[in-house]
Write a protein that binds this ligand. Structure first.
Ligand code: HEC
Length: 137
């Protein structure tokens, strides 16, 4: 059980994700965190993708949250310095984080990663490309 949805804060976050996913038709089973690979998010730009996908857990300014669950801040996060790292996390998940990138195109993953890496106090200008994402899948 690597998912932290059972904890109170995680539950709220999971519900937000469930809403986001059900509106995009991607939630196969609303009773569990089932991410089906065929379905895609429809947002195209990084800001919208962040607001609709990532902010549910990492909060609206990427500030993260620590309570019953731990959602690391993406704001001022030096782990984002190497673009390959967030690409890998988004594509493959990390412990309590589901692999949301499986429901995004290469362009969408690149857009949201580049958005996070150039906002919220992060200033990493070496943008990742759709090809980088493709290679990391
Ligand atoms: C369902 C909740 C959830 C969603 C949605 C989510 N994350 Fe996460 N994310 C987490 C959790 C929990 C962790 C911490 C995992 C760990 O370290 O155990 C994490 C970790 C990360 C990390 C690693 C941070 C570090 O310092 O190592 C990055 C980068 C990240 N998320 C980016 C994103 C992006 C970008 C999105 C949107 C495309 C996103 N996350 C969506 C829950 C989520």
């Amino acid at each position: 059980m690597t998912c932290s949805f059972t904890k109170p804060l995680g539950l709220i976050a999971a519900m937000s994700v469930a809403v986001a996913l059900s509106t995009s038709g991607a939630f196969a089973d609303s009773g569990g965190a089932t991410f089906s690979q065929g379905d895609k998010f429809s947002e195209k730009d990084g800001a919208s993708l962040f607001a609709n996908v990532c902010a549910a857990c990492h909060l609206d300014k990427g500030q993260g949250a620590v309570g019953a669950g731990h959602y690391p801040a993406l704001a001022k996060n030096e782990n984002l310095e190497s673009g390959g790292y967030p690409v890998t996390v988004v594509l493959h998940g990390l412990n309590g984080m589901p692999p949301v990138g499986q429901m995004m195109s290469d362009d969408q993953v690149a857009a949201v990663v580049n958005y996070v890496r150039t906002n919220f106090g992060n200033n990493y200008k070496d943008a990742v490309t759709a090809q980088d994402v493709k290679d990391a899948r």
